[in-house]
Unconditional design. Structure first.
Length: 171
């Protein structure tokens, strides 16, 4: 009988352990952003001032503005405004069609991962080895764009897409 009790206790303990493991996996569910330069973790953190959209992205890698702006040009203007505010226009042109920097509205991507919002965010936030500077305020300086501002820019860029094929970012 003693043996039976020990088995029950052991079972209970292992069940508790399993629940604990499940909870901790959920809590650490995160969009693991990596540098376009070298693949190392970007280390962008959720902060108190983050919008719900920014928090959602940092947890899931899904940019809520992309779908929200797809059929709402008036809302998408919020992203276009930021694109101008941070002078992205100087290299990419007023409508992101390309100038000294590449077009961001055609189907030619500098890096294959730019068909995902996560990949495009990584290049804007952390820069590239091919001429894109590091823009995220946590990685450069506080005057630069926040997570939410970069997400709005991406949402607008997606709404301006003029290339062919399907649009994987809307899936
Ligand atoms: C000084 C010029 C310059 C400025 C300013 C600039 N970029 Fe870029 N950008 C580049 C260059 C050059 C590349 C190509 C990088 C590479 O191939 O590694 C690029 C690449 C990109 C790409 C990938 C394009 C593609 O077709 O795959 C995105 C997205 C982008 N920039 C967004 C932005 C945003 C948003 C801003 C403003 C916050 C900005 N850029 C400001 C020069 C610039």
């Amino acid at each position: 009988m003693l043996g039976n009790k020990a088995v029950k206790v052991a079972l209970l303990i292992s069940m508790l352990g399993f629940v604990g493991l499940t909870l901790s996996t959920q809590a650490s569910a995160a969009c693991n952003l990596v540098s376009t330069k070298d693949g190392s973790p970007l280390g962008i953190k959720e902060v108190d001032t983050d919008t719900p959209q920014a928090k959602e992205f940092l947890e899931t890698c899904i940019n809520p503005y992309t779908k929200a702006f797809a059929n709402d040009p008036a809302a998408a203007k919020a992203g276009k405004k930021k694109f101008g505010l941070y002078s992205c226009t100087q290299c990419h042109g007023p409508n992101a069609g390309g100038q000294v920097g590449p077009s961001i509205t055609d189907e030619r991507w500098q890096y294959a991962k730019h068909v995902t919002d996560k990949g495009m965010f990584e290049t804007i936030a952390g820069g590239s080895n091919g001429g894109m500077m590091t823009w995220h305020q946590q990685l450069s300086n506080p005057d630069n764009p926040s997570t939410d501002e970069i997400l709005k820019i991406i949402g607008w860029l997606r709404s301006e897409y003029k290339g062919g094929g399907d649009k994987p970012w809307l899936k």
